[in-house]
Design a protein around this ligand. Structure first.
Ligand SMILES: Cc1cc2nc3c(=O)[nH]c(=O)nc-3n(C[C@H](O)[C@H](O)[C@H](O)COP(=O)(O)OP(=O)(O)OC[C@H]3O[C@@H](n4cnc5c(N)ncnc54)[C@H](O)[C@@H]3O)c2cc1C
Length: 408
């Protein structure tokens, strides 16, 4: 099975699986956190394995279904219906992107030790690039260093928003290894760091809009501050070439943006479903339902249209990426990131508004998404950066000279 198109029933089967096996866990997760559902999630993951759905993005040689990017996007959309969907099929961030790095650039020993158990879902990972002191949107300015010392690299620094570090077995860390390289984009490298290495310290799970979760309990659904206090790893902890961290980070993000964007489409679709169901059944007065109001009808109609347009753009861009590769699809990848995050933001807000006070509670998934997915407009490049990528390309094509002094 290489494509959803080759097996039109696959999506329906996954959708039914999500509805039957995953949605029943959603409420406990929303009200009591990841620890409350962790064991049952493992049971459902075992069912996903038995049914042959596990890790559909991986090639069959790594136990997956070998789906192409566009098909993986369609699966991601179905899983996006619930905050636990991606975790159950082992398509959750950051693991899904972290598998790409050792798969493409890892040595056989790195693949044996980290990639294979990661693909089998036996352990989790995290990705440690952003630092509190520097603008994450310009990762050429990192303070974390990796210095050679005999047969080791010694890593020193402080990171934050290292998602899912709580309970992860290893981190992929970006650190400056070649500070004297002429180009700032060639100064940092990636390192595989086991989280039980002395000096690796989880400081806290960050309070994201008030919800952090205690260390050891928030697990995958958390964003940590991490310190690297003289963390010593062997020389072969380096992934790929020295100084290639920035280039690999860009490569890692392209397909990842399609996964994210289709996940956001799935979330927005569920928010729209909830919005419609609420508007159709909430009585405002005798013979008057919320959905009778023009304003609400406007929100529903516009949301549906925007969502449809966004979905088609992502689907097309995924196909472009498959055919033309990262460079050929650059503008559209930026357009996807920019547009879908924006559409999601608006639909979540309208869904919450239609639910009134109920929307502010965790009795529906809307508030969870509202807290966590507002970040869609910030991570993997904030809106403004993607606007500039598109605008600069168009302005350059129109003959505009580069600015005299280029800033960040
Ligand atoms: C929920 C969440 C999960 C994350 N997970 C991870 C993770 O797993 N690993 C990791 O390393 N990092 C992670 N991050 C960090 C993320 O990559 C950074 O937040 C992102 O790169 C932006 O960096 P910053 O927060 O430092 O904002 P800054 O770079 O300080 O930017 C702040 C704001 O300035 C504006 N801005 C920035 N650049 C420009 C520009 N060129 N022109 C105009 N305006 C601009 C934008 O509005 C932006 O939101 C996560 C963040 C969030 C919120």
């Amino acid at each position: 099975m290489s494509d959803v198109a080759a097996n039109p029933d696959l999506l329906n089967e996954i959708r039914a699986f999500v509805d039957e096996q995953v949605l029943p866990l959603e409420s406990d997760f929303l009200l009591h956190g990841f620890a409350a559902v962790r064991e049952r999630l493992e049971d459902v993951r075992a069912v996903a394995r038995q049914r042959g759905f596990f890790a559909p993005q991986l090639p069959p040689s790594l136990g997956g279904l070998g789906l192409g990017l566009a098909a993986v996007g369609e699966v991601s959309r179905v899983l996006g219906r619930t905050p636990l969907g991606h975790f159950v099929l082992h398509m959750q961030a950051p693991d899904v992107s972290n598998m790409e790095l050792p798969k493409r650039w890892g040595t056989p020993a790195q693949q044996e030790r980290w990639l294979l158990p990661l693909t089998r879902g036996e352990l989790r990972s995290c990705f440690s690039m952003t630092e509190p002191e520097h603008a994450g949107s310009n990762p050429t300015e990192l303070s974390t260093t990796a210095t050679r010392d005999g047969d080791s690299w010694v890593i020193r620094g402080r990171k934050w928003f290292t998602s899912s570090a709580d309970g992860a077995a290893f981190a992929i860390v970006m650190a400056v290894s070649n500070p004297d390289a002429a180009r700032p984009h060639e100064r940092a490298s990636f390192f595989l760091v086991p989280t039980d290495t002395p000096g690796f310290r989880l400081v806290q799970n960050l309070p994201v809009m008030g919800h952090g979760g205690p260390l050891g309990e928030a697990g995958w659904a958390s964003h940590a501050e991490v310190r690297y206090d003289d963390v010593r790893v062997p020389l072969d902890a380096l992934v790929g070439q020295e100084g290639a961290g920035f280039a690999m980070a860009q490569e890692r993000l392209g397909p990842g943006r399609i996964h994210h964007a289709m996940r956001w489409i799935g979330i927005a679709e569920r928010c729209l479903e909830l919005m419609v169901a609420r508007a159709a059944t909430r009585r405002l007065g005798p013979g008057v339902m919320l959905g009778h109001k023009d304003t609400v009808q406007g929100w529903i109609g516009r949301s549906w249209a925007e969502l449809e347009a966004a979905r088609l753009l992502v689907r097309d861009t995924a196909r472009d990426l498959e055919v033309a590769g990262q460079k050929g699809a650059r503008l559209r990848i930026s357009a996807v990131k920019l547009l879908v995050a924006d559409v999601l933001d608006r639909i979540m807000d309208k869904a919450l508004q239609v639910h009134g006070a109920l929307g502010m509670t965790d009795f529906t998934p809307i508030a969870f998404w509202y807290r966590h997915e507002r970040a869609a407009r910030i991570y993997d490049g904030p809106d403004e950066v993607h606007e500039q990528v598109i605008a600069r390309e168009l302005l350059g094509a129109a003959g505009m000279p580069k600015p005299a002094k280029s800033g960040a």
